[in-house]
Design a protein around this ligand. Sequence first.
Ligand SMILES: Cc1cc2nc3c(=O)[nH]c(=O)nc-3n(C[C@H](O)[C@H](O)[C@H](O)COP(=O)(O)OP(=O)(O)OC[C@H]3O[C@@H](n4cnc5c(N)ncnc54)[C@H](O)[C@@H]3O)c2cc1C
Length: 524
Amino acid sequence: MLELTRLVLLAASALFCNAAFAEAVNSSADSFESNSAAAIAASGACQQLQRALGASIVQSKSSGPEYSLAANAAWSAFNHEVNFQPTCIVFVKSTAHVQTAMRAIYQNNADYAVQSGGHSGMTGWNTIQDGVLISFSNMNATSYDPHTDTISMQPGINWGNASTIVEPFGVAPVGGRISNVGTGLLLGGGLSYLSPSQGYAADNYVSLDVVLMDGTLVTATANNQHADLFKALKGGGNRFGIVTQYIVKAVHVGREQDKIYWGGIFVYPNSSAEALLPAIAHFAHDTNDTNAVLATDFIASWSTTGVEPVIQLEMFYNGTAASFNESFAEFLAIPYTSSTAGPLSYLDLVNEVNFPYGEGNLFSGSVLAGVPSNSPESSDKLINNYMETYRLFNNFSITYANSSGIQSTLLSFTPVLQSQIRISYEKGGNAISPPMGQGGFNEVLFAVTYSAGVNQAPENIEQGRQFWIENTPRTAGLPLFANEADANQQVLASYGEYNFLRQVYAKYDPSRFNVRHTPGPLGL
Ligand SMILES: Cc1cc2nc3c(=O)[nH]c(=O)nc-3n(C[C@H](O)[C@H](O)[C@H](O)COP(=O)(O)OP(=O)(O)OC[C@H]3O[C@@H](n4cnc5c(N)ncnc54)[C@H](O)[C@@H]3O)c2cc1C
């Protein structure tokens, strides 16, 4: 499959490669030399960049000490050097460097990719074969401005570090639920522990510095001439341009010692699964309390004796233990084996769970309507969708139980509450634009994690994952979630503002350079 992706990329690049430039490159290429059309275009861009920015900022495999570190920095091992060797990596230090990089990439018709936190679950999205990789590892400045009550972040920061830097001010950005995930989360909309009260993470943009495909820099805000781009980047992904600075609203979550939340991780036995699924469906539909937040992980881990299931729910309430107990009553009535419940700060929430680096990962997504708890007769069919989703997840796990390549599988439901949807519209709307007035829903993630050392998903297991994608129930009219989907799913087409997105893309990238030259969501 990777080979196929590469062939398609090579073919696309070959079509658009600037022949005259390639000839010039061929005559002088040394450390970037290669034969394919894409590689030749990338060589041209890399040489131009090395001349402009110097050898410590633009590194090739043979020339740079940090090359291999960066080529293996992605969270998913499938995006490591064993599968993708960028022709060069540009370790940008400023917006001006990104502009220079994009000018060279554009002029050479080269392929490129961007890496911020490196947590993409899509193979080949945050790295590139025979292309230029722009690494934001040296651009991670983060600060809080008390006058404007905003947080400024460069793309290379992750949510744990961003939240820690601004913690002394008692504020936080609306960001990821896992500390080492990066700012790319915003471009996919972003679901946060703060989302029930603040909307999607991207709803909290104040201004964005964006480098367009030809190197032009624009600043987009809700009210300036780039307001369309500003809205498109709330969920539309990476192909509109490269964001070099995010200024976002600060949320006043208190200091570390304030412990404004109550809750923790609740571990349930597998026998509780079928009671938990309706509770998750009811929570998404019915919850109006913006202080309650839920994340769910149904995990199957592979061991020598077979597959061991674990169910782990993260339940938090911005308030007292009594309010927590009331909000999560349906979950607390279901037998669980342990809990870490107690007082927590927002920073504690962000640091509560983590997923290790260095294993191959593939994501797939679906979306299910929430189910009202007070209308059981109409609910049965809807609850069955949750049961069927879980059954297909279990089937996959049991079918491949003896596979030595898999380490674990994960099924996770993330509620998007009605409050979150309403707040998104109140804050100006985003590209995702879920329908109002139908109650909340659950974004569904099915992830397969391979053991360290497995570099590609075996084809038979991939077929099983595709089977899940094709057969798992999905509620029509609800948006898929770009951050938790398969690279081949038509996520953008499921958005309420899909036509708007296409128009904005056509305006900002009329020659469709980015669709042709950088990996990203389908449908533009
Ligand atoms: C363990 C784990 C936990 C997660 N938890 C959450 C969660 O709680 N909520 C949520 O919403 N999502 C979550 N995600 C999904 C995550 O938000 C996305 O994978 C996101 O794209 C990661 O951003 P990144 O900067 O870490 O990744 P990268 O891999 O660096 O980037 C991902 C994509 O964004 C593009 N991109 C990154 N930065 C820029 C930029 N500055 N300009 C233009 N394009 C850019 C890249 O081209 C790439 O295609 C999680 C993922 C993992 C693996």
